[in-house]
Write a protein that binds this ligand. Structure first.
Ligand SMILES: *Cc1c(COP(=O)(O)O)cnc(C)c1O
Length: 233
């Protein structure tokens, strides 16, 4: 068994345990393998272990990997998620190559993505990134501005609004982590109470996925626990 295969089994086990503790069905939580900084070979190994959804932060790097995999594994049916910051000059690449974008936090970017999504491709599946803990340097729409942004994005023709994504500051301990994730959950529930029909709450990473699942996460984004530690930049 490869290391990545072994790691994937362990992460799946952690998700299953967290779901059992929260009295949730294990199929309610999707594992997104965050392959940023790792090459196409790492993705191929994860594919061999049954992983299908992959997340990328850096757009250029992600697109190169998507093209490489399309070449070597044309039948793999991989679902690619863009989870990193998006500058205006990168929206065309994102719209042309990714299936999902989880890091939309302003209307200008959403408008460009919708305009630039090539005809004939399925709508781009979108999560709005929300700044749940008010970190000053962080991206993400402020909670107070979330409903208006959700309204605007939901009306764009080539986008399909699916949910919310958050990246809280690292907090120490399960309860502190869960408390922050519950704020995202409350925002998610509030939008659904207004009829948005969202089905994706993307939260939880290698160090805090248990707390995220306890708070209602439907998609955990896991990098290091699957692929190993990344080179520090
Ligand atoms: C890198 C990254 C992850 C994965 O983080 P790990 O700690 O390696 O699991 C998840 N989400 C986002 C947005 C990231 O940038």
């Amino acid at each position: 068994m490869t290391t990545i295969e072994d790691n994937l089994q362990q992460v799946r086990g952690r998700i299953a345990t967290a779901c059992a503790r929260a009295d949730r069905d294990v199929t309610a939580v999707t594992l997104l393998a965050v392959s940023k900084t790792f090459g196409p070979d790492a993705v191929v190994q994860a594919l061999a272990a049954g992983q299908r959804a992959f997340g990328e932060n850096y757009i250029q790097e992600g697109v190169e990997k998507i093209l490489a995999l399309r070449e070597t594994r044309p039948d793999a049916a991989i679902e690619w998620h863009c989870i990193g910051p998006i500058q205006s000059n990168k929206t065309r690449l994102v719209a042309a190559h990714f299936d999902w974008v989880q890091s939309v936090d302003r209307l200008k970017i959403a408008l460009r993505l919708s305009e630039q999504r090539p005809a004939g491709m399925a709508p781009l599946q979108v999560c709005l990134q929300v700044n749940v803990d008010g970190g000053p340097t962080k991206s993400g729409v402020a909670p107070a501005e979330l409903p208006a942004l959700a309204e605007a994005v939901a009306s764009l023709p080539q986008l399909r609004l699916r949910g919310l994504m958050c990246i809280p500051e690292p907090a120490a301990g399960f309860e502190a982590q869960r408390a922050v994730f519950l704020r995202a959950r409350a925002l998610f529930d509030a939008l659904n109470a207004r009829g948005f029909g969202l089905d994706t709450l993307s939260m939880g990473m290698s160090d805090d996925l248990e707390a995220a699942v306890a708070a209602g996460s439907t998609l955990v984004r896991v990098g290091r626990a699957v692929f190993g530690s990344r080179p520090t930049v």
